[in-house]
Design a protein around this ligand. Sequence first.
Ligand SMILES: C[S@@+](CC[C@H](N)C(=O)[O-])C[C@H]1O[C@@H](n2cnc3c(N)ncnc32)[C@H](O)[C@@H]1O
Length: 181
Amino acid sequence: MFNVQYITFISNYKNIKLECSVVRKILGRTENTTDIWFTPKEIITKLGPFDLDPCTELERPWDTATRHFTKEDDGLNQKWIGTVWCNPPYGTQTKIWLEKMAQHNNGIALVFARTETKMFFDHVWPRARGVLFIEGRLRFCNKDGKPGKTNSGAPSVLIAYGNDALSKLESSNIPGKLIYL
Ligand SMILES: C[S@@+](CC[C@H](N)C(=O)[O-])C[C@H]1O[C@@H](n2cnc3c(N)ncnc32)[C@H](O)[C@@H]1O
């Protein structure tokens, strides 16, 4: 019914489609897993001022604090002074940043609300003063300050370490649900 050329053509076409979808997935994963997403300015305006952002870029759309550390400074191993804003690198590194936030006990972290994880049970539930679950999903920004094309794809939570940080959450008017811990 089908000749050899036709079957060869269909088979090649399917292989090309498969390869394209693999390439798209790899490219998509690279794009979505970058750490270089910035906190929307209105969040900082509503919660600030902060003395230190220990993890950001030199090339950023706006300041998030008075002082900033970058990857080159290795903000994790610097001395943290004052009220800290911490939207850390996501993925497996996040827990180390929350651990340092808990030790420092003066500041606010913004992370995905992975409330069931060991990270939350170790460094949030027993050590933070409160959490504000943000209503809806944030759209983080590019280095030019424009919001990403899609939202973050997961719920976000603001975590207050220390009483001053809790007061900031209380008075922020950021839509969401504040839970006292
Ligand atoms: C999710 S972005 C948040 C940027 C900024 N804190 C903000 O709120 O807009 C995380 C940033 O942490 C930086 N980073 C990763 N490892 C770091 C390290 N060891 N020290 C300082 N910054 C680091 C990344 O390069 C990236 O810019």
